[in-house]
Design a protein around this ligand. Structure first.
Ligand code: HEC
Length: 196
């Protein structure tokens, strides 16, 4: 435990030090391996990058880009699951989705029409500088609207505010692996926030 905490503090200290010298004031830095950061370390980075993320997504004027932060958070903090290019991921559920999503059920899940899951992402580059990644979106359409994709519409917003160019099949081919969970993969178990 002690060693992990030391890494986290080092990461934060490096971030603070570098941000006043080599980098611009709003630069967030992870020193070392992202997988080694503990809760405090991740939270420090998230605090640093949080506002930049929403600013980035909102550049194109998309309403969801600012609205999603008022939705139900589904995890205690961002986490690296591996998928989505090893980015830190943090998912929010809109009002329609929250009740069912936060049960994290693994069988017979059927999300209500109008559910939206928004997943923000960030990642350190080779120098440890944290960059905003895309906001990934899944919207549940009416039954029969897109049966080949489980009636999900996959989408996203790039950090420049423009829509993410994707093929529905690219996203769904992986998400369909969680068929019993209505194609939802859920955050890592150790960071999930369950409904009361
Ligand atoms: C290689 C597999 C893979 C691909 C491809 C993929 N995802 Fe995901 N996705 C995951 C995993 C795993 C999670 C859960 C990760 C986490 O939050 O810790 C996830 C979570 C999500 C979530 C949060 C809802 C949930 O499933 O719990 C959204 C929204 C999402 N992905 C959108 C997309 C979009 C849009 C695309 C296409 C651009 C995409 N995904 C492509 C594996 C994938």
């Amino acid at each position: 435990m002690k060693a992990k905490r030391a890494i986290a503090i080092a990461a934060f200290a490096a971030g603070a030090a570098l941000s006043t010298s080599a980098y611009a004031a709003n630069t967030c830095v992870i020193a070392g391996d992202s997988y080694d950061l503990d809760d405090a370390g991740v939270n420090a980075i998230y605090d640093c990058i949080k506002d930049q993320m929403v600013e980035a997504y909102a550049k194109g004027g998309d309403e969801l880009a600012t609205a999603y932060r008022s939705w139900a958070p589904t995890a205690t903090r961002p986490a690296v699951a591996g998928a989505h290019s090893e980015r830190f991921l943090m998912t929010f559920a809109n009002d329609i989705a929250a009740e069912q999503y936060l049960k994290f059920e693994d069988e017979g899940v059927q999300m209500p029409v109008g559910s939206i899951l928004a997943k923000e992402s960030f990642k350190a580059n080779k120098k440890g500088v944290v960059k905003v990644g895309p906001l990934f979106l899944m919207t549940k359409l009416e039954a029969g609207a897109a049966p080949e994709y489980g009636d999900w519409l996959y989408g996203g917003i790039q950090p420049n505010g423009k829509p993410l160019k994707i093929k529905q099949s690219f996203c769904h081919d992986c998400h369909v692996g969680w068929e019993d969970q209505d194609a939802l993969a859920y955050p890592l178990e150790e960071v999930r926030i369950s409904a009361e």
